[in-house]
Design a protein around this ligand. Structure first.
Ligand SMILES: Cc1cc2nc3c(=O)[nH]c(=O)nc-3n(C[C@H](O)[C@H](O)[C@H](O)COP(=O)(O)OP(=O)(O)OC[C@H]3O[C@@H](n4cnc5c(N)ncnc54)[C@H](O)[C@@H]3O)c2cc1C
Length: 304
């Protein structure tokens, strides 16, 4: 079966592309390797998506996914491993499925960056986490470390305090990159303190995380914090291994596009967090998706 468009990833970028593609009458398949929603699903609350006010990450994911299903976007589970370019493009998945399509929209987003500190891999899911909404509840009435100084780190720390978790925020820089409003919200909780200009040396513990050793970047003093958990929010890396061979990524693996969301390859578009851009948000991901789908439709029309 030949699709008009295959969308890789069902985050806000991919789902919006799906809605616009169906409205342009394209035969559309969206392939997702996890659950629809992308990073929204592990976000506690979203307060800045136009018209929705304050909404949980789960709710906005569910609403967008239902919208794609109501409009008729086909959905398949699959971990895309390769795209073969040509007049007809072939999308392959890890478990051997093969799909043919006239155009592809890559909406595979990013995954959280690791610190690379000792003990981090061994204690992942045993006290070290990248998702406060998934794991925060295990630390009720306890003390955790949040690593990072941007909006994600501060907002997730505030969420943890709502579960009665006491938080120390550690940032490698001497200040925070988060915006003023987020910092004010954190201060209001009275349950957050800061360790700025510090880095993590190691996550310690046998079966579970018991403590974290940290170093002052100026004095080089080392100390150990007795925390039950550690949450890491230090940025993201793009999910583009399957696109590497197509020669469309920059040195960090982000996909380069123009304002039409076109990549270096005809008929292959990229949208959302996975592309080179300044503002990685739900609303900008959705906008990219709409633009890509419209341009995919024009591309197909031109080649008729
Ligand atoms: C903690 C946190 C809080 C945030 N809070 C907000 C907020 O309040 N407001 C806001 O606007 N933004 C927020 N963001 C940013 C927002 O979540 C992202 O900008 C947005 O989700 C990007 O959407 P996307 O569709 O490009 O990618 P993603 O949401 O990353 O979705 C990509 C999807 O592609 C799938 N995928 C990846 N590789 C493959 C593959 N090989 N095969 C098949 N599927 C694949 C993934 O499983 C995923 O579901 C937050 C982010 C984080 C981490």
């Amino acid at each position: 079966m030949m699709y008009d468009v295959i969308i890789i990833g069902a985050g806000p970028a991919g789902m919006t592309a799906g809605i616009y593609a169906k409205r342009a009458n394209l035969k559309t398949l969206m392939i997702e390797k996890a659950a629809p929603g992308g990073k929204m699903i592990s976000t506690w609350e979203v307060e800045n998506y136009t018209g929705l006010g304050k909404v949980s990450g789960f709710e906005i994911s569910d609403k967008m996914y239902r919208h794609t299903q109501e409009i008729g976007v086909e959905y398949a589970y699959g971990d895309v491993s390769e795209i073969l370019d040509g007049d007809v493009k072939t999308v392959k998945t890890v478990d051997g499925e093969t799909y043919e399509t006239k155009t592809v929209i890559i909406a595979s987003g990013t995954i959280p960056r690791k610190l690379g500190a000792e003990g981090e891999d061994r204690l992942t899911s045993k006290g070290v986490s990248w998702c406060a909404i998934c794991d925060g509840v295990f630390f009720k009435d306890k003390h955790v470390l949040v690593v990072g100084g941007g909006n994600s780190a501060i907002e997730e720390a505030v969420y943890l305090t709502s579960l009665n978790v006491r938080v120390t925020i550690l940032n490698i820089l001497d200040d925070l990159q988060a915006d003023k409003k987020a910092i004010e919200q954190a201060d209001k909780t009275g349950m957050i303190d800061y360790l700025l200009g510090h880095e993590v040396v190691s996550f310690n513990g046998e079966e579970r995380l018991e403590s974290v050793t940290v170093k002052d970047r100026h004095s080089e003093d080392v100390k150990t914090l007795d925390v039950a958990g550690a949450f890491i929010f230090i940025g993201h890396i793009p999910e583009t291994t399957f696109a590497k061979r197509l020669g469309m990524t920059d040195e960090h693996g982000f996909i380069e596009t123009n304002a039409n969301m076109e990549t270096a390859r005809d008929g292959i578009y990229a949208v959302g967090d996975v592309i080179v851009k300044d503002i990685r948000q739900i609303v900008t991901a959705a906008s990219d998706g709409a633009i890509a789908a419209q341009n995919a439709a024009k591309y197909i029309e031109r080649r008729k």
